[in-house]
Design a protein around this ligand. Structure first.
Ligand code: DPP
Ligand code: ZN
Length: 870
């Protein structure tokens, strides 16, 4: 396979204006007839028309109604090439036969649990029919679906239903017309035995939109929260971005077999059922929050992705970065902003930063979702809410109906605000996480406080040297009582910026760091301040400051910026964990720093704080985050240290934790709102600490929590806490399974929990679970739970005898034959193998080589495995 580069982008020679599709769905195969109005870009210029196609059986091809002769076209396993099509507008008709029942890749049209559905992003449409399967080909679609009426009573596609009726032989049909041009990746079709929860939404201009959420009949009661989320998202997009929905119908379908989370197909979103179905008894707070965020996300794509789409797949962050940013803001506005920010930054650190530092590092372009959202957030940080809104308004005004690039988004932000963005565009092209060092200095005589920044972007594959980036750093200064000091002015690069002119006090300012080294000096600083740097995580960077432990403890106690308050605790925890890891490696006894203990205690017992904030602030950084900071990652040492600190904190703070757990117990019915979720989060975090003690009294407490829980959040949290107690876990796990075996989404949680266990030799349990009745290698969610869960276990996946690596290697080979996309996600667990010691390196490398030597390997797995070894 040949790698494709951004610089190779070429305009298509032919545009497609309209596409008429006709599907005849059958039990053996499906016939797809397409009729395309083709429009050459340059009239009178002859060039071949190359259509993409995979796993298709071509039945016929016609131009302007005439069947093509064999010598006029060429078909191979990838393309249908029309050698010399007309050089002015013409009609192209193609009939293909496809086999959705045999399609286990879950790309294109496939059958899942009795129903037909599609997944076309990024290149699945070519598995349905021959087409120019690229996002800059935007056409108006009409789709006719014919199928057996009793097997497939519901037939859906994009746009409006314009016709339906019965046919001979027990069949029926529907015809759908989508008035908006769209790229092929947004096409969708669903057919099957489904029922809908119906509701309506009246838009800001007074149009009534029908909303339908489709599931198999038995799941319908679990769609209430999804409907709530959809209506909230529609309203929010009007209020915050001025975006109104544009059709009279919006459909969501939940399917159990889906490679990703969900898909924003025009007016027919298809969702992994885990992100639609929820009830208090079966879904946790995290599930509820994820459903809200993802329903919002897919809905928001209607404008950011669908109305304005991507020119090519290198522009993925144009739609994903912006839409992730929008869903983050949506969830923040409906819940707690600081807590959401902490959760999003934790995710960035867990998934993005490690990737940035490894062989898979790549710039925001082509395909970084989370970092793309950070880039969008920086525009807002630099321009303010109003400036940012002006920018998005101009973006929609300029580009509605177009397929555009990240530069177009940049230009809209810049032009709407007359802004100077210096070298901001480097965020799209330069890979790696910038490392920024800050040194601080207070000058009592001059009453000035200076911050000196130096930045470095580490080399990444293909990019050995880097330019300095444009980094917005939000800063505030705390006085000795812990209050924010009003900022007077800052001197930088020969210029003085004064904050007094507006008449309002300024407590946080955004410094624009653009050089390798530069200094900012605050004036009129009356006493030694404690600086709060990178408030709200204003840029996706790693920051190393000269702040002392005392400064950090002070920030942890007082910072008005809750993100930085949390961050101060995390920095302290990271330092502590790293020093204990060194002790562990040198066989020294582990001792917990009493100041750290005090810091955690004061947070835990501060009743003025948001409870979910407390839960997050008393949670230690993950094993992965600490391994990331080591020259040679040592999973055993980091795991041992993290376990030690947790136990130590639990035993020292046992009384406080017990009170916290008791005072925050549930009372009454489940409510999805921030206060109740925060209360549960704090209680359950406290229980997890207590569970680590393995003390019989705590065991009783947890068992009682487990038995009396009135919702899945509390029940599963108790189970997780019990799971640490190796003596009784088996029995309780069996009990949980017998309670929930009828609910596959709950069973997936049960699989994941066991997969992640740090029990020695757990690989054997996981192997056994592969043949458990509840497991199925063809279902992505089950694979993500069991195999993905296992790869997240530091001690067992990275076990020094190589058993974890061997397990994954063999599984990837097996899985690749079924579903290459899912297999490639799994193989990426190997990608950072060079971070470990020599023994582990050679064991992981052996597996990667074994995978690469497998005959018939998919491109998906090949790409990840070969890049990992490069
Ligand atoms: N485009 C899809 C989404 O945004 C990909 N998962 O959810
Ligand atoms: Zn998306």
């Amino acid at each position: 396979p040949k790698e494709i580069f951004l610089k190779d982008y070429k305009q298509p020679d032919y545009y497609f204006d309209t596409l008429d599709l006709k599907f005849t769905l059958g039990e053996e195969s499906t016939i797809v007839a397409s009729k395309i109005a083709v429009n050459p870009r340059v009239e009178g210029q002859f060039s071949p028309l190359v259509l993409d196609g995979r796993d298709l059986k071509l039945q016929s091809v016609k131009i302007n109604g005439n069947a093509l002769k064999e010598e006029d076209y060429h078909v191979d396993s990838r393309h249908l090439t029309l050698k010399s099509p007309p050089s002015s507008k013409f009609t192209l008709e193609i009939v293909t036969e496809i086999y959705p029942q045999k399609n286990t890749s879950l790309e294109g049209l496939y059958k899942s649990s009795g129903n037909f559905c599609t997944q076309c992003e990024a290149e699945g449409f070519r598995k349905i029919t021959f087409y120019q399967d690229r996002p800059d080909i935007m056409a108006k679609y009409i789709c006719r679906i014919e199928a057996d009426k009793s097997l497939y009573p519901v037939l859906l596609s994009n746009g409006n239903l314009i016709e339906q009726g019965d046919l001979e032989g027990g069949k029926h049909f529907t015809v759908w017309e989508d008035p908006f041009k769209k790229p092929s990746y947004l096409f969708a079709l669903v057919a099957g035995q489904l029922e809908s929860r119906d509701d309506t939404f009246t838009t800001c201009s007074g149009r009534k939109v029908s909303l339908r959420i489709w599931t198999p009949p038995q799941d319908l009661p679990k769609t209430e929260h999804a409907m709530y989320s959809l209506k909230a998202a529609m309203k929010w997009d009007e209020d915050v971005f001025g975006r109104e929905y544009d059709l009279d119908l919006f459909n969501i379908v939940a399917v159990p077999d889906f490679n990703m989370g969900a898909m924003e197909n025009k007016s027919l979103n298809i969702f992994n059922s885990r992100l639609v179905l929820a009830s208090p008894e079966t879904a946790t707070d995290a599930d509820y929050a994820a459903i809200l965020g993802v329903i919002g996300h897919e809905y928001f794509h209607n404008w950011t992705g669908n109305r304005v789409t991507c020119r090519d797949w290198f522009q993925l962050s144009l739609k994903e970065g912006l839409t992730v940013f929008r869903d983050q803001e949506f969830s923040s506005d409906l819940g707690s902003r600081p807590v959401k920010r902490i959760a999003d930054v934790s995710k960035l650190r867990m998934y993005q930063f490690p990737q940035d530092a490894g062989p898979m590092a790549h710039p925001v372009r082509p395909h970084s979702y989370i970092k793309g959202a950070e880039v969008v957030r920086m525009y807002k940080t630099l321009l303010g809410s109003q400036g940012f809104r002006k920018g998005t308004d101009l973006y929609f005004q300029r580009h509605d109906g177009q397929a555009v690039t990240c530069e177009d988004f940049f230009a809209a932000m810049r032009d709407a605000n007359n802004a100077d963005f210096a070298n901001f565009l480097l965020w799209y092209s330069q890979a790696g996480t910038p490392v920024v060092k800050v040194t601080t200095n207070y000058n009592a005589e001059g009453r000035t406080f200076s911050l000196k920044f130096s930045q470095e972007v580490p080399p990444t594959p293909g990019q050995p040297t880097k330019e300095p980036m444009f980094i917005p750093v939000a800063v505030g200064l705390l006085d000795t009582s812990g209050k924010d000091m009003p900022l007077s002015s800052v001197y930088h690069g020969g210029k003085l910026e004064s904050f007094s002119s507006s008449g309002q006090n300024v407590y946080t300012t955004v410094l624009r760091v653009t050089k390798n080294e530069e200094e900012f000096v605050f004036n009129d600083v009356s006493e030694v301040p404690t600086p709060s740097i990178l408030r709200g995580f204003s840029a996706p960077i790693r920051i190393e400051s000269d702040l002392t432990d005392r400064n950090l403890l002070f920030l942890l106690a007082h910072d008005s910026d809750e993100f930085n308050r949390w961050e101060a605790g995390q920095v302290l925890a990271r330092k502590l964990m790293l020093s204990l890891v060194a002790d562990f490696q040198h066989n020294k006894a582990l001792v917990l720093n009493p100041q750290f203990l005090q810091g955690i205690k004061s947070i835990l017992t501060d009743l003025s704080l948001d409870k979910e904030f407390i839960a997050k602030a008393i949670t230690l950084p993950g094993v992965g985050e600490i391994m990331d900071m080591m020259t040679v990652a040592d999973p055993d040492a980091v795991h041992a240290v993290r376990t030690f600190i947790r136990k130590q904190l639990a035993s020292e703070l046992k009384e406080e934790l017990l009170i916290t757990a008791k005072n925050n117990r549930s009372s009454g019915a489940y409510e999805f709102d921030h206060n109740n979720m925060a209360r549960r989060a704090l209680k359950n975090t406290a229980l997890a600490y207590l569970g680590s003690l393995e003390d019989p009294e705590m065991t009783e407490l947890l068992l009682n929590e487990y038995r009396t829980a009135m919702n899945m959040t509390d029940q599963f949290a108790a189970l997780v806490a019990i799971d640490q107690q190796h003596a009784i876990r088996e029995e309780i796990l069996a009990d949980f399974y017998s309670k929930w075996q009828h609910d596959y989404l709950v069973v997936n949680k049960w699989l994941a929990l066991q997969a992640m266990s740090d029990m020695p030799g757990n690989v054997e349990n996981v192997k056994k679970l592969l043949s458990h009745t509840s497991f199925d290698l063809r279902n992505p969610n089950k694979v993500y739970s069991l195999i993905g869960g296992f790869c997240g276990s530091p001690v067992n996946f990275h076990c020094k005898d190589g058993s974890g690596y061997k397990f994954l290697g063999e599984l990837v080979v097996q899985l690749d034959k079924i579903n290459p996309q899912v297999a490639s996600r799994m193989v990426s667990a190997f990608s950072r193998w060079r971070r470990y010691d020599e023994t582990r390196q050679s064991l992981a490398k052996e597996q990667l080589e074994m995978i690469l030597s497998t005959a018939g390997l998919s491109e998906n797995v090949f790409e990840i495995a070969s890049k990992s070894l490069a």
